[in-house]
Design a protein around this ligand. Structure first.
Ligand code: PMP
Length: 425
């Protein structure tokens, strides 16, 4: 079957507009480790997918999945040790204040639980997010998506400009001044919610501002923002759906940007592809939520989720992936940063661990989305899969499985250099 035929069938079967990457969509048939293989047998290095965090089709995870499915899989209203042990293991990875977990099947659901939890615990409705964020696709969570300047006047959601140093709200300000300027905007948002009667239930933020394009955040902003929210009676929700699970070279993104959340949401990498997400918080917060909602989610908290979730943690620990991510990521970022000085197209290189953004700009330093898309497509033709992201769509997003090695990084750098030469040449 040709790709063109499959695209037409897909459009018929899934409806027009179902998103597809690349000018010439990739027809993949198999994955193994950091590689994806297309229908013609061509091998690509996957530098985009964080869901198969320990690598595509990891044998330990596949074996755990098959074994559990062949033994028992059922909903959660029975005693089963697996899910309890998994919740215990997961909470041990957080500070002492995070003690209990509600499992779900997607990041959206887990964020929905987090918002409801914050609203129930505080008795208030107002939620603050950043203006270029994404936390999920349900009606309530979708309200937080890329609010920009158009904010509903009387609504219970307020967006603040995401804190960043490259295109800051006060050009030329020092780091400390910039931190204060962004905190002022947070203070305004809190006051706005208080005046409107909604009050402040909480702040939800991706700990490393992944969907905003991984900007460098003014030093100390996250900790001061968390303090301000708590002083106003709100709760701090860290969305670790992208930032967590060693992506940054630390277990959690909030360790990198240095703040302490009240509620932590995890998702994508937890099940290496099996739908598995979680909202973790203090026992008191979780108890209140459970008592008020009797929350039940058919496929969540299952023996299968537990077995697979455990297997993923086993691999991360046994293969020392956190340490590897820190080392490979730092070397790759340093190599890309060197290229920034040599190539005018590269406006900035940012990120943490194996989550790196290369900002592509025009001659005057403005975001160049078109060029970014061109680069992503050309690198794909050289066998490396990335994508574009960020508030302006001009950031080449590098976020491979955690097993991505130094050798893969070197091969990618050769392809990246050749791509920039093609474009410049
Ligand atoms: N939070 C963040 C930061 C995300 O990037 C995403 C998905 N891209 C979500 C939540 C939603 O997760 P899901 O697609 O599993 O619902």
């Amino acid at each position: 079957m040709t790709s063109t035929t499959l695209v037409a069938r897909r459009e018929q079967a899934l409806g027009a507009g179902a998103p597809l990457f690349y000018n010439e969509p990739l027809h993949i048939v198999r994955g193994e480790g950091v590689h994806l293989f297309d229908a013609d047998g061509r091998r690509y290095v996957d530098m985009y997918n964080n869901v198969p965090c320990v690598g595509h089709a990891h044998p330990h995870v596949v074996e755990a999945m098959v074994r559990q499915q062949g033994t028992l899989n059922v909903h959660s209203r029975y005693l089963h040790e697996g899910i309890v042990a998994f919740a215990e293991r997961l909470t041990r990875l957080h500070p002492a204040g995070i003690q209990s977990v509600i499992f779900t099947c997607s990041g959206t659901e887990a964020n929905e639980v987090a918002l409801r939890m914050a609203r129930m615990a505080t008795g208030r409705r107002g939620i603050i997010c950043t203006n270029a964020t994404y936390h999920g696709n349900s009606e309530a969570v979708g309200k937080l998506t890329r609010l920009g300047a158009e904010q509903p006047a009387g609504g219970d959601v307020r967006a603040i400009p995401f804190p960043e140093k490259l295109r800051p709200i006060v050009p030329g300000a020092s780091d400390a001044e910039l931190c204060e300027a962004y905190l002022d905007r947070l203070r305004d948002a809190i006051q706005h919610l208080e005046r409107s009667g909604a009050g402040l239930a909480g702040l939800i933020v991706c700990s490393i501002l992944a969907n905003e394009g991984l900007p460098d955040i003014p030093d100390g902003f996250m900790a001061r923002a968390a303090e301000m929210v708590r002083a106003s009676g709100g709760l701090v929700i860290a969305d670790e759906v992208q930032a967590g699970y060693c992506r940054t070279g630390r277990w959690w993104g909030y360790e990198v940007t240095r703040f302490t959340p009240d509620i932590v949401v995890t998702g994508k990498p937890m099940g290496n592809g099996l739908p598995l997400a979680a909202t973790a918080a203090s026992k008191a917060l979780v108890d209140t939520f459970r008592a008020r909602t009797r929350y039940f989610n058919t496929f969540a908290s299952s023996p299968l989720q537990a077995a697979v979730g455990m297997a993923v943690l086993d691999v991360i620990e046994r293969e020392g992936l956190r340490e590897k991510v820190a080392a490979v990521g730092a070397a790759l970022k340093a190599a890309l940063t060197q290229r920034k000085g040599r190539c005018a197209l590269i406006g900035d290189v940012r990120g943490h661990g194996l989550f790196i953004g290369i900002e592509i700009v025009t001659g005057d330093g403005s975001p160049d989305r078109e060029r970014t898309v061109e680069i992503v497509n050309r690198i794909k033709d050289k066998g490396f899969l990335t994508s574009n992201a960020g508030a302006f769509g001009n950031v080449v997003k590098i976020r491979p499985p955690l097993t991505f090695s130094q050798r893969h990084a070197e091969e990618f750098l050769d392809a990246f250099d050749a791509t920039l030469d093609d474009i410049d040449g």
